[in-house]
Design a protein around this ligand. Structure first.
Ligand code: SF4
Length: 694
């Protein structure tokens, strides 16, 4: 007899929400999870957890789950419930017919940073080997693709340099474009502990984030810049470091390319990059910038943590390079307490990038045009592969609207809610002859689908996630998949039906193949993960148990490469008609587009998206707290309630994007990062007006 609340057994697994990657014990009665207990042995969380991971797991058994495959000939037809075999055969036949009519390049696929490494690896393999092209992309396109470009260009590896624990040795911490207390709560707690011990804090953000309210042992500064001016500000900080002789010359001489450094130095000392010259652009007083630069450069260990407020800009990649420049100039790389650390939003953003989801890279960031790499993959996969980079997500949508991209396989990603300029996305999805959606719920994208394949949650599958500190954690199945198949099995079945055979019996076999093809994963195996608990890549002969701190002796590209980071203003300008700048973000209790958290009790804490507006902007418009307001941009309009907030700068408004009814991305534009097409979600010129209830 089991007493109520007493577990029969427990399984250690990994949270499926944010990039902290907390370990949990799923306590079970039979196949029912009765609670998620933070796991003390978890290397990322040490027994801590937040309100999402701990309480928001009920979506796994929610009544809205898709439980059976469905198909339809046209998007206005009713769905027909069919067997797995019939659905897979229908999907494969439509994809083959599409390619026969429109060509090999007319189809592609998108995978998700919520899926496991093994699932993501299989999707890109399906596309490259079975579809015969490189039209593969991931939702990391719309969040951290600039991290990939910016860090690879400057320090040679598209990943954070530290462990989370490293922050406990930091003396000065820059947090730029990130709100860790809401988006990465467990790591934020660790950072707060260090701040209470006396570390100095510099927040670079248009909003006054909660971290600034932490009781500090040391100094805390808020550089409240105008959205879209990150690059001008990071250049000004570096300008002070260089012109005031605060550089770490020994580090620069030993670790960095002299030619690139000299070119960057000549650029950064120009008067137009000074705090005084950039003040009119950023809105941050020059005295504050000088003080912050000194505070950071003169600290023993300076660490930089950043989020989507860095990447989701037209200069996202430039800003990532600017951050790396500042770290190299001050010698803050290659030891504990320092580093450049992207805070990844979703649980497996790092992994989805590592696993070759991008159209130009095989797993391990190996370029598809590299002959040696190409031959390795052809030999292992037994197929001839394309060596031309394929289409990115926005290119796929443009090509669909233009009529020459006709088939799309989307695994675990709701592009019709999460991508910018939804009207354009919907036009693209409507133009497809074959849209296959594999997901756990009937999401917005599924409204345009011809095939609906039930997905599995993290509780229903085996695999691995890689967190923001490159830590590979095991995901362990605690209950049977609700529709009978794990996601990797569905992809494998589709590949087999498309004529490219795959024969795996367990995700550990997929990981073994990843290790054979990916130098940074060469030493990773499920046995080793079970023995060590987790592994931070690179894991290979040189680092058989993984690498907590990167770039200790050199960079993967040899010497660090300073990059010239010219500031270019966003194309998105405020005008008399659109006088305010809208920026977007998340809240603690909800997660991204809310597909999971809105189906749990977490919704009672944040039942709707609201618009934060400064009192002066609200007063000008006769807006009071709780009023309904219309937000209008050049591309669309939405209606939410207003919250009057002094956290905002005058002229800047803020909302979240957790609720499809609100659809914040109806108003975001198609402006994007020059290098990677990451959307400029953080800068949209808008008008805000009081309206009657919608
Ligand atoms: Fe999950 Fe992130 Fe919360 Fe940890 S901090 S429990 S990984 S959502």
């Amino acid at each position: 007899v089991i007493e109520a609340g007493q577990p029969e057994h427990s399984v250690v697994t990994t949270c499926a929400y944010c990039g902290v990657g907390c370990s949990f014990k799923a306590e079970m009665q039979g196949e029912r999870v009765i609670r998620m207990v933070p796991y003390k042995g978890g290397h990322a969380n040490h027994g801590h957890a937040c309100v999402k991971g701990r309480f928001a797991f009920g979506y796994a058994t929610h009544q809205d789950r898709i439980r059976e495959p469905m198909i339809r000939d046209a998007i206005n037809d009713p769905w027909r419930t069919v067997s797995w075999d019939e659905a897979i055969e229908f999907a494969a036949r439509r994809l083959r017919e599409t390619q026969a009519r429109y060509g090999r390049e007319s189809i592609g696929g998108i995978t998700s940073s919520r899926c496991t490494n093994e699932e993501t690896y299989l999707v890109q393999k399906l596309i490259r080997a079975a579809f015969g092209n490189n039209n593969t992309d991931t939702c990391a396109r719309v969040c951290h693709s600039p991290t990939g470009y910016g860090l690879k260009t400057t320090i040679g590896e598209s990943a954070g340099t530290q462990t989370f624990d490293s922050v406990m040795k930091s003396d000065a911490i820059i947090v730029v474009g990130a709100n860790p207390t809401d988006a990465h709560p467990v790591f934020a707690s660790q950072m707060r502990r260090r701040l209470r011990q006396g570390a100095r804090l510099i927040v670079i953000d248009p909003r006054r984030i909660d971290l600034l309210h932490t009781p500090h042992g040391g100094e805390a500064m808020h550089l409240a810049l105008r959205p879209g001016t990150n690059v001008a500000l990071i250049n000004a900080l570096s300008h002070v470091v260089v012109t005031e002789g605060l550089e770490d010359q020994a580090f620069i001489d030993q670790r960095c390319e002299p030619g690139a450094y000299q070119e960057w130095r000549a650029f950064i000392v120009e008067a137009r990059n000074s705090p005084e010259a950039t003040e009119a652009v950023t809105g941050v007083p020059a005295t504050q910038v000088r003080q912050a630069a000194r505070l950071f450069a003169e600290a023993g260990n300076g660490a930089i943590y950043y989020g989507l407020g860095v990447t989701e800009h037209s200069q996202g990649s430039t800003m990532v390079m600017g951050i790396a420049n500042l770290a190299m100039a001050t010698g803050n790389l290659g030891r504990e307490g320092v580093g450049v650390n992207p805070l990844r939003g979703q649980n497996n953003v790092q992994g989805s990038c590592d696993m070759g989801s991008f159209p130009h890279e095989f797993p391990g960031y190996q370029h598809v045009a590299d002959t040696r790499v190409h031959q390795n993959f052809e030999a292992e996969w037994g197929v001839t592969l394309d060596n031309e980079p394929g289409l990115r997500i926005p290119n796929m949508f443009d090509a669909a609207v233009a009529g020459h991209f006709k088939g799309l396989y989307v695994q675990g990603e709701d592009v019709a809610q999460s991508d910018p300029n939804i009207q354009h996305v919907e036009a693209a999805l409507t133009a497809l002859d074959c849209l296959i959606v594999q997901d756990i719920f009937l999401n917005e994208t599924a409204k345009y689908a011809h095939v609906l394949l039930p997905g599995s949650t993290f509780l229903e599958k085996n695999g691995t996630f890689t967190n923001a500190e490159r830590r590979i954690n095991r995901v362990r199945r605690v209950m049977a998949p609700i529709a009978g198949l794990e996601d990797w099995e569905v992809t494998m079945a589709l590949s087999n039906a498309m004529g490219y055979p795959m024969h795996y019996s367990h995700p550990s076999e997929i990981m073994a193949e990843i290790a054979r093809l990916t130098p940074s994963f060469a030493g990773v195996s499920y046995n080793k993960l079970d023995r060590l608990g987790s592994i931070q890549w690179p894991c290979n002969d040189a680092h058989p148990e993984g690498t907590p701190t990167m770039h200790v002796h050199d960079f993967p590209i040899g010497k660090g490469h300073f990059a010239v980071t010219e500031y270019v203003a966003s194309n998105e300008k405020t005008t008399r008609r659109y006088p305010l700048v809208l920026t977007t973000g998340r809240i603690l209790t909800q997660y991204n587009v809310g597909a999971q958290t809105r189906r749990t009790n977490n919704s009672q804490w944040h039942p709707e998206d609201v618009l934060e507006i400064h009192p002066s902007d609200a007063e000008l418009r006769g807006i009071r707290a709780g009023d309904w307001v219309g937000i209008t941009s050049r591309v669309g309009q939405t209606v939410v309630r207003a919250r009057i907030s002094e956290r905002m700068l005058p002229g800047v408004v803020y909302t979240t994007f957790h609720h499809p009814e609100t659809g914040a991305n109806v108003i975001t534009t198609e402006n994007s990062d020059w290098a990677t097409n990451c959307p400029e979600y953080k800068v949209t010129a808008v008008q805000v007006e009081k309206v009657t209830q919608p």
